[in-house]
Design a protein around this ligand. Structure first.
Ligand code: ME8
Length: 510
C-alpha cells in the first residue's frame, strides 16, 4: 500500500469552455491542502488536468468549426494560465488525450475485461433517445412524450454497447465503506452514497458507437470508451499504473479525491467498483465539497452565471482571492459569492487585520531599533500560549478539511496580537528612555508572532507569506520551514534586520 506519498487530486475539468470561479474553488482548496501537507514535511503529489474526450467536447469543437483535438489544444493552456495566476502548485497535469493515458485506459479496460468474472459484457441498449441532447430518457422523464429540454420527439434507439457489471459490486462496496466510514466525507455525502448503493446498482454502459472522440476499446475498436471510465482512470495513469509499478506502489492509493458533490456517484460508486474489478485498491478517501452558487443555483457557464477568476484576481490579488473562498464558505456546504462580502473580508481580515499588524510592527522596529530585531529580556504575554493552542487547532482542522475554521484559528492569533499592541502601547513606551527593555520585549513578541504567522499562512497565501518573510529579513528560506517545529516560540533571532516594505494588503473601497 502506498504510504510514502500524500496524493491528492482535483477532478479533471472539461475544457469545453474556460474555467469559472466554481472550478477555481476546487483547485484552490486542493492547493491549500497540498501546500499544508508540504509544510508538514510530507512528500506530496498534487494532480490536476483536463478531461478531453467525449461528446461534450466533440460538440463544443463542432460548434466552433474545429476538430476536437485542435479545440482542446487551444483550450488547455487557458486553464493552465488561470492555475498559474492562482498559484496552484500542482505536481503533474494530465490530459486524457496524452499517449500515457490512452495506454493506461486500455490496460485498465483489459484488466476488467479479462478478470475471469465476465464483468464486461456486450448488451443491447434500448431506449428513447433525444438526438439534440444525445441522451437517453426514460418514459416518465418525457413531457407529453417529448424531450423535456428540446420539446422534440424522441427516437426509439437500439444500440449495442459494452456494459460494466456494477450490479455485482453492491456487497463489496458496502463492505468497503463499512470498514472505514471516513472513506467518504462529509457524512451527508456518505449517507447519500450508501443509500444509493443499498437501493441497488445497475450495470452501466462503458462504450459508445454513436461518436468517435474517445479511446478505442482494445478488443473492439468500433467502440470508444465511455468518457467517465476514461476520465476516472486518470488518477492511476498519473500514479504510474501499468508504466511504473515501483512508483505506483508508492503513490497509490490516493489519499484524497477532492471533488464537487455533482460527481459523487462516479467517484464513490463507479470508480471503486472499477478498481476492484481491475484488481487495484480503491482510493482512501473521496471528499465532496459544495457548490458556489449564484442566485441559489450552481454557478455555471451554461446558465450564464459563470464568473472568470481573472475578473476577481485583477481587483483583489491572488492571496485575497484564495483566502476569501476558503474562509468565507464552510467547506462541504454550498456557498454564495458576493463582491461585497469579498471586499469586507479583504478589508477586515487582511488590510486591517494581518496587514495592519505587520505594518505597525515593522514600522516600530524601524523607528525604535533601526529595523533590527532586539534581544528580549522576557515578556509575560500570553501570545506564545495562544499561538501554540491555535496552531494545534489549525492542524486538527486541516486534518478534517475544516478549511475555513482552520483559517479562523490562525486569525485568532492575528486578533490577539493586534489587541496586545493596543494593550501595551509600545508607541507610548518608546517615549520613555527608561523603558527600553520593555519596548524590546513587546516588539520581539510582536515580530516573533509575525514570523510564525508567515509560516502558518504560507499554504493559503504563498505571496503574502513570502513578502512578510522578506520584510522580516529571515535568512532561512520560507519554503524550508516545517510544521510543527517552525511554529515553536523563539525562532526569530535577535539581530535579524527587518525592513518595512509595501503594505501586504492595500485597503479596497467598498
Ligand atoms: O465533472 N461550485 O468536469 P467539470 C463548486 N470532467 N465547484 C464546482 C462548480 C461550482 N459552481 N462548478 C464546477 C467534470 N465545480 C468531469 C470530472 S474527474 C475524473 C472528471 C467543480 O469541469 C466541481 O468540483 O464539469 C466539479 O466536480 C469540477 O469542478 C469539475 O467539473
Amino acid at each position: 500500500m502506498g504510504r510514502d506519498v500524500f496524493y491528492i487530486t482535483t477532478p479533471i475539468y472539461y475544457p469545453n469552455d474556460v474555467p469559472h470561479i466554481g472550478h477555481a474553488y476546487n483547485a484552490v482548496a486542493t492547493d491549500f491542502i497540498a501546500r499544508y501537507h508540504r509544510l508538514r514535511g510530507e512528500e506530496v503529489f498534487h494532480l490536476t488536468g483536463t478531461d478531453e474526450h467525449g461528446l461534450k467536447i466533440q460538440r463544443a469543437a463542432e460548434a466552433a468549426g474545429m476538430e476536437p483535438k485542435a479545440w482542446v489544444d487551444q483550450m488547455e493552456p487557458r486553464w493552465r494560465e488561470v492555475w498559474a495566476r492562482l498559484d496552484i502548485a500542482y505536481d503533474d497535469y494530465i490530459r486524457t488525450t496524452e499517449p500515457r493515458h490512452v495506454t493506461a485506459v486500455q490496460r485498465m479496460l483489459r484488466a476488467v475485461h479479462d478478470n475471469g468474472r465476465d464483468d464486461i459484457y456486450l448488451g443491447l441498449y434500448e431506449g428513447l433517445y433525444c438526438v439534440s441532447c444525445e441522451l437517453y430518457y426514460t418514459e416518465d422523464e418525457l413531457i407529453d412524450g417529448k424531450c423535456p429540454i428540446h420539446g422534440r420527439p424522441v427516437e426509439h434507439v437500439r444500440e449495442e454497447n459494452y456494459f460494466f457489471r456494477l450490479s455485482a459490486y453492491t456487497d463489496r462496496l458496502l463492505a468497503w465503506y463499512g470498514e472505514d466510514p471516513s472513506r467518504i466525507e462529509p457524512e451527508t455525502r456518505r449517507n447519500e452514497v450508501l443509500s444509493l448503493i443499498r437501493g441497488g446498482l445497475q450495470d452501466f454502459s462503458i462504450s459508445r458507437t454513436n461518436f468517435d472522440w474517445g479511446i478505442p476499446l482494445p478488443w473492439d475498436p468500433n467502440h470508444v470508451c465511455y468518457v467517465w471510465f476514461d476520465a476516472l482512470t486518470n488518477y492511476i495513469t498519473a500514479a504510474g499504473y501499468g508504466s511504473d509499478e515501483g512508483r505506483f506502489a508508492r503513490v497509490w492509493p490516493a489519499n484524497i479525491h477532492l471533488i464537487g458533490k455533482d460527481i459523487l456517484r462516479q467517484h464513490a460508486v463507479y470508480w471503486p467498483a472499477m478498481l476492484m474489478a481491475g484488481g487495484v485498491e480503491p482510493p482512501r478517501q473521496v471528499w465532496a465539497h459544495g457548490f458556489l452558487t449564484v442566485g441559489g443555483k450552481k454557478m455555471s457557464k451554461s446558465n450564464a452565471t459563470g464568473i472568470h477568476p481573472f475578473e476577481l484576481l485583477d481587483h483583489f490579488g491572488v492571496d485575497s482571492y484564495r483566502y476569501y473562498f476558503m474562509r468565507e464558505i464552510q467547506f462541504g456546504q454550498d456557498g454564495s459569492f458576493s463582491w461585497e462580502s469579498m471586499v469586507d473580508r479583504h478589508n477586515a481580515d487582511l488590510a486591517n487585520g494581518l496587514g495592519n499588524l505587520a505594518s505597525r510592527v515593522l514600522a516600530m522596529l524601524g523607528s525604535y531599533f533601526d529595523g533590527v530585531v532586539p534581544a528580549t529580556p522576557g515578556d509575560d504575554s500570553d501570545l506564545p500560549k495562544v499561538i501554540e493552542e491555535s496552531r494545534r487547532r489549525y492542524d486538527e482542522l486541516m486534518g478534517t478539511l475544516a478549511l475555513g475554521s482552520a483559517l479562523t484559528a490562525v486569525w485568532d492569533i492575528v486578533g490577539r496580537a493586534n489587541q496586545y499592541l493596543v494593550e501595551r502601547e509600545p508607541w507610548k513606551i518608546a517615549k520613555d528612555d527608561g523603558r527600553r527593555d520593555e519596548l524590546a520585549a513587546v516588539l520581539y513578541t510582536a515580530a516573533e508572532t509575525l514570523r510564525i504567522l508567515a509560516v502558518l499562512i504560507s499554504p493559503i497565501m504563498p505571496n503574502a507569506a513570502a513578502a512578510l518573510w522578506t520584510q522580516l529579513g529571515i535568512g532561512e528560506p520560507l519554503d524550508a520551514q516545517r510544521l510543527p517545529h517552525a511554529a515553536r516560540w523563539g525562532g526569530l533571532a535577535p539581530g535579524t534586520r527587518t525592513s518595512k516594505g509595501d503594505a501586504l494588503f492595500p485597503r479596497l473601497d467598498s
